[in-house]
Design a protein around this ligand. Structure first.
Ligand code: SAH
Length: 352
């Protein structure tokens, strides 16, 4: 609930409005694990809250810390026993947390572990926030930025993700500026247009992974629903409407999308929509997952690909690989746990 909604609800319970601010603080500023820890609330109210409400609790099922780079990966159990993954990565400029937005995913990308067992359900706003609060509590320090790049397709859980963003950035709560938030989508064009209307200051990352529909459709079923030109048009309009540069993710898979011709075609499509200024390309050495034969492009090829884009005026960077020893890429840990519990699988569903 927003602060205003909390106030109305407390009013219905016969409580003064100012309690809403105190309660909101206990939920978001210094998140309490139990109502009886909310020390400035009267006992009568905390007892009422215990009767009338639940504090959404995520429990740590597994926690892995990378010996290589200190990346921390959590496997969280939700109140109904479903599992999601959350990763905390340290960079020179601070730490970043990668949150899941759904249990499973129905987008079906061929290279992605998160979608292999289908879709189970959306996460509630409290469950998306809960990953952040539980990780910060466990680590004993705040993280500086949030990326919605874990399990799930954020724009397929649109309303809950928007509510999450508004709670996250609420100045009476966690107060994290949306300038420190990235939202990654596989490219649901209608939802990108809907998001643009909200004029949020977050960074939109779009998983492109190919320079044309033919190659994109080999690995991303969503490409059959939305063509690349419609997608890039929506992205360019998004950048125009919000004044925020789009970040394109491009996972380099050996022999699939890593040729010079691919780089040239990609650069041409981006430049056709107005120079290199409106976007940036983030090249990702693909994580090799157990379920596929896709292989990472060679290091030299990744550097060349970056160069081919750069020569054509498209700014590109190569994403660092973190947590390689702890299955940090999205979906891998949940898959391991599922393999140990056969039968607990979601179902494949049609794209929205
Ligand atoms: N559903 C959203 C966000 C979650 S995935 C999206 O598709 O963008 C976050 C990013 O990881 C996406 O760019 C996705 O394509 C990428 N990804 C998934 N599996 C990967 C793998 N095995 N190697 C590299 N990147 C991968």
């Amino acid at each position: 609930m927003s602060g205003e909604e909390l106030a109305l609800w407390l009013q219905e319970l016969g409580q003064p409005r100012f309690r809403a601010g105190q309660l909101f603080g206990w939920l978001h500023k210094r998140p309490a694990e139990r109502f009886d820890q909310m020390s400035n609330l009267p006992r009568s109210l905390t007892e009422l809250l215990e009767e009338q409400a639940v504090l959404s609790e995520l429990s740590i099922r597994r926690k892995l810390v990378s010996a290589l780079d200190g990346t921390v990966k959590y496997l969280f159990a939700l109140p109904d026993g479903e599992l999601v993954e959350t990763v905390v990565m340290d960079y020179r400029h601070g730490s970043s947390i990668c949150l899941s937005t759904q249990v499973g995913c129905r987008m079906g990308c061929a290279f992605c572990a998160s979608t292999k067992a289908g879709f189970v359900r959306n996460l509630a706003p409290s469950e998306i926030l809960g990953q952040l609060y539980q990780a910060e509590r466990d680590l004993g320090r705040p993280v500086g930025s949030v990326v919605l790049m874990g399990i799930g397709e954020p724009l397929d859980n649109f309303d809950n993700v928007i509510r999450f963003l508004s709670l996250l950035s609420d100045e009476n709560g966690r107060n994290l500026s949306l300038r420190h938030v990235s939202l990654s989508t596989c490219g649901l064009v209608d939802r990108i247009r809907k998001l643009a209307e909200l004029r949020l200051q977050l960074t939109l990352s779009v998983s492109l992974h190919a320079p044309n529909d033919a190659i994109r459709a080999q690995t991303m079923p969503v490409a059959r629903r939305y063509g690349i030109d419609a997608l890039l048009d929506a992205c360019r309009d998004y950048a125009g409407d919000t004044g925020r540069r789009i970040s394109f993710e491009y996972a380099l898979i050996r022999g699939v999308n890593d040729s010079r011709a691919c780089a040239e075609e990609l650069a041409a499509r981006l430049k056709a929509r107005g120079g290199g200024g409106w976007c940036h390309v983030n090249l990702i050495p693909v994580n090799e997952i157990r379920e596929t034969d896709y292989r990472r492009a060679e290091r030299q090829r990744i550097a060349s690909f970056q160069g081919w884009l750069g020569e054509r005026g498209i700014n590109a960077t190569v994403r660092r690989t973190l947590g390689a020893d702890i299955s940090a890429a999205c979906g891998q840990l949940r898959r391991e746990e599922q393999a140990a519990q056969p039968g607990k699988y979601g179902k494949k569903e049609d794209l929205p």
